[in-house]
Design a protein around this ligand. Structure first.
Ligand code: NDP
Length: 453
């Protein structure tokens, strides 16, 4: 753990005191504060006016009841959240997560990270995040729709094209965005396409939004590998998760000449030495919505294919050149990092938000592994959401190639900005420091300009 200077230590202590028990939020704040010592030394004005304290305090936190009726006619109750973290750069922007683990601390950590991530994209978007402890697994389409409608019946009064623009995250994909957009339209009697992103193409979505986070992470890692004169070509890659981010990371890695040999879900991981068959994963996950062990059942035993149940091993035991954790927070531990380093990993790109524990990050950095933190590497999703907002505002629709070219340019610029900032602050190659400082400076400059609000 990096020793914080006295002033930053007391800010962190106050954040912990005021947000008791919210360990993921404490972890995210600590990581950013660890990078800010160098900024405050160079620009003491950023520590004035309680600016850092204000950046750690969400502008607004909304918690609400979500009642809905299941297929057995039983009334169910979940809790809904929207944390509007920081709007210094634009309307709040960030996804909605439906997962039983969701609580206010997780939403706060995600909203805090989102603020800096959105700043890194260079686009006019503030940071926010939301969701519910609703578990969509095993629910019928009718139950999902009724839940989404009830969730939006409260959320609609807090969002809008110029106020707050949610999108998807874990458990919220195109289907859920559609149900929520439908209910928003019905409640407001407005066709306000720019109120949600991640929409389907036929009613205001953007081409390449579905692919953007996974593609973006792959572009970022490709740029990092480029600094060492290498690329994905011929590399073995492990991608955790098998949701939106993981699937499209696989697609881009493959197009760059890499081979994805393992993927997972919360029930375990699958290894295919010949390269995971993406068409089959899409069929299992996007169409059948089934467990990943289906892969083995369909392909058959042997032939370099096997399945390991959750709890009986870690996906990070599978030897690889590049690791792309793309499932959830703290999924890659210090022990996993040691195994990856021992097996010769060269680069890690965080597709998920905060998937590596602080100990894992330290181990990668000490071993000289290229390490891309989520707030930079997975920013392609929200950047393309901002492109979706642009298209909605101008009632336009761009081609896939045009949108992907914008995404690629944005990722190259985030990479170069993080690298240059790390150089400027005396830590060449430290993308964590570069991302934290570059994101912070943009938000902080804007907050200073807007006064104490
Ligand atoms: P999805 O719901 O599409 O997929 C999530 C995947 O991760 C599933 O395979 C899921 O398995 C697995 N997973 C989720 N929680 C756990 C857990 N507790 N333990 C083990 N596996 C788990 O979500 P996304 O792909 O959209 O999101 C993945 C990560 O990427 C998240 O951290 C998200 O915040 C981040 N992200 C997403 C963006 C986007 O555009 N979608 C943008 C930027 C970041 P199972 O189905 O079994 O639960």
């Amino acid at each position: 753990m990096v020793q914080l200077d006295e002033r930053l230590e007391s800010i962190l202590a106050e954040v912990i005191r005021r947000n008791a028990g919210e360990s993921e939020f404490h972890q995210a704040v600590r990581e950013v504060l660890e990078s800010l010592g160098r900024v405050v030394a160079k620009r003491p004005d950023f520590a004035e006016g309680a600016l850092i304290e204000r950046i750690c305090e969400p502008e607004r936190q909304i918690i609400f009841r979500v009642p809905w009726v299941d297929d057995q006619n039983q009334v169910r109750i979940n809790r809904g959240f929207r944390v509007q973290f920081n709007s210094a750069l634009g309307p709040y922007k960030g996804g909605l997560r439906f997962h039983p683990s969701v609580n206010v601390g997780i939403i706060k950590f995600l909203g805090f990270e989102q603020t800096f991530k959105n700043a890194l994209t260079g686009m006019p978007i503030g940071g926010g995040k939301g969701g519910s402890d609703f578990d969509p697994k095993g629910r019928s389409e009718g139950e999902i729709m009724r839940f989404c409608q009830s969730f939006m019946t409260e959320l609609y009064r807090h969002i809008g094209e110029y106020t707050d623009v949610p999108a998807g995250d874990i458990g919220v994909g195109g289907r859920e965005i559609g149900f929520m957009f439908g209910q928003y339209k019905r409640l407001t009697n407005r066709y306000e396409a720019g109120v949600l992103t991640g929409k389907a193409l036929f009613y205001g979505g953007s081409r390449a939004r579905t692919e953007a986070t996974g593609y973006g992470n792959t572009y970022f890692v490709q740029s990092m590998l480029g600094t060492k004169g290498t690329s994905f070509e011929g590399k073995k890659v492990v991608v955790s998760g098998s949701g939106n981010v993981a699937i499209y990371s696989h697609e881009k890695v493959t197009s760059f000449g890499g081979k994805v040999v393992a993927m997972s879900d919360s029930s375990g991981y699958i290894v295919d030495e010949n390269g995971i068959d993406l068409k089959l994963i899409k069929e299992i996950k996007e169409v059948r919505r089934a467990r990943i062990s289906e892969y083995l059942r369909i392909k058959g035993e042997g032939k370099g294919i096997y399945f390991v149940k959750a709890g009986e091993g870690s996906i990070w035991d599978v030897p690889c050149d590049v690791a792309m954790p793309s499932a959830t927070q703290n999924e890659l531990t210090g022990k996993d990092a040691k195994t990856l380093v021992k097996n010769g990993v060269q680069a890690v790109g965080e597709g998920a938000n905060m998937p590596s524990t602080p100990e894992a990050i330290r181990i990668f950095q000490e071993a000289g592994v290229l390490f891309a933190p989520g707030k930079a590497a997975n920013a392609g999703g929200v950047a393309t959401s901002a492109l979706e907002m642009q298209q909605n505002a101008s009632r336009d629709s761009w081609s896939f190639a045009q949108t992907e070219a914008r995404l690629a340019a944005i990722m190259a610029s985030i990479h170069d900005n993080c690298a240059a900032t790390a150089d400027e602050y005396g830590a060449p190659g430290d993308y964590v420091l570069g991302a934290n400082i570059a994101g912070f400076v943009r938000v902080a400059e804007s907050m200073r300009a807007l006064g104490v609000i």
